[in-house]
Design a protein around this ligand. Structure first.
Ligand code: TRP
Length: 330
């Protein structure tokens, strides 16, 4: 029996190269070893987009296409849509009793998101409580491992606190704790060189971008503002083109000698951008072609089947949860 793992993404936009190196590539490997569940977390995405639901709902199928086109295999990985499993919401309600306001306030991920979003004097309660909902996501499928970036570690910690509290109060054998499988790749920088690649900041190269869009974005990339003439010595550190070459160029030796030349003042930005563009086109072309094979109806069917299967797992867990609490009247 393969051990179960669960990860998720908020469908706020199509997935991009940052997701690709940070988690997607890894998921393709993990699906051979583990019983992998991937959640499209539309309910969680609504917690900070409740006033713009279209933005979320229209991307559910797009995100699923991203998964399928990079090699997530629906016969090995269960892809599910969070909102279509109401048992997760039910479990969240029981978990809310086990968490204090103070504990939620101390969650560092939520803390920084509150700042980023400018919520500090009017925090929507649904948003504030999403770590509790995420604890329900993880435990309802009885996932043993959760592959995530380090920003999600506070969520895992909070999940396990809830599990221990639940078990202590209701039944010590009811729920299982989970462990993180940490992704060690650091977050990919955006093409502006200012912040992490992110769809909402429009500084990311999406997996579904056209060849023209890719090229355009590569040629917009932040390089070294002091590298004006080809013969000027250039800076490689903080130069987005080199960050991407490090991440995506298949030949490390070639990148190294290109860096040496650039530092010396031997190559212009056009040259390095063309090289990067070539390697990104090579990487993304097969993904784009694979994507064309998945029409929306097929993808919806895959989502429906995955969600159905996942819902059965969720219902099994809810039997355990209701029995543990004593909610078994008829
Ligand atoms: N919070 C995660 C993110 O923002 C998405 C997510 C929702 C998730 N539910 C999850 C991740 C369960 C892992 C497990 O990326």
């Amino acid at each position: 029996m393969k051990k179960r793992i669960l990860t998720g993404d908020r469908p706020t936009g199509g997935l991009h190269l940052g997701h690709y190196i940070g988690s997607l590539q890894n998921r393709v490997k993990l699906q051979n070893e583990y019983d992998q569940y991937i959640m499209i977390a539309d309910v969680q995405a609504l917690t900070d987009n409740f006033d713009n639901p279209n933005k979320i709902t229209q991307h559910v199928v797009e995100v699923a296409k991203d998964y399928l086109s990079i090699g997530i295999d629906p016969s090995q990985t269960t892809i599910l849509v969070q909102s279509q499993i109401p048992e997760i919401a039910e479990l969240t309600v029981y978990y809310l009793n086990l968490v204090t306001l103070g504990r939620l306030e101390r969650n560092p991920t939520v803390k920084s998101e509150i700042q980023q979003k400018g919520y500090s004097d009017a925090i929507p309660v649904g948003f504030f409580c999403y770590p509790v909902s995420q604890a329900a996501d993880i435990t309802i499928f009885q996932a043993e491992f959760v592959p995530v970036g380090d920003d999600q570690l506070p969520m895992i910690e909070q999940t396990n606190e809830i599990v221990r509290r639940f078990n202590r109060i209701y039944n010590r054998n009811a729920l299982k704790e989970c462990k993180a499988i940490l992704s060690h790749t650091s977050r990919l920088i955006g093409i502006d060189g200012k912040s992490k690649a992110s769809k909402s900041l429009a500084n990311a190269i999406a997996l579904s971008d056209t060849p023209e869009e890719i090229k355009q974005k590569v040629f917009q990339m932040y390089t070294d503002p002091n590298h004006i003439k080809v013969s000027d010595p250039g800076c490689v550190e903080g130069n987005v083109v080199f960050t991407y070459l490090d991440a995506f160029h298949p030949n490390k030796e070639e990148v190294k000698s290109l860096k040496d030349d650039y530092r010396r003042g031997g190559v212009g930005d056009r040259v390095i951008k063309n090289i990067l563009n070539d390697s990104l086109q090579l990487l993304l072309e097969p993904i784009r072609l694979a994507r064309e094979q998945f029409d929306s109806n097929l993808v919806k069917e895959i989502l429906q089947n995955g969600t159905q299967k996942a819902r059965e797992r969720a219902q099994e867990t809810m039997e355990i949860v209701r029995t543990a609490i004593g909610l078994t009247y008829f």
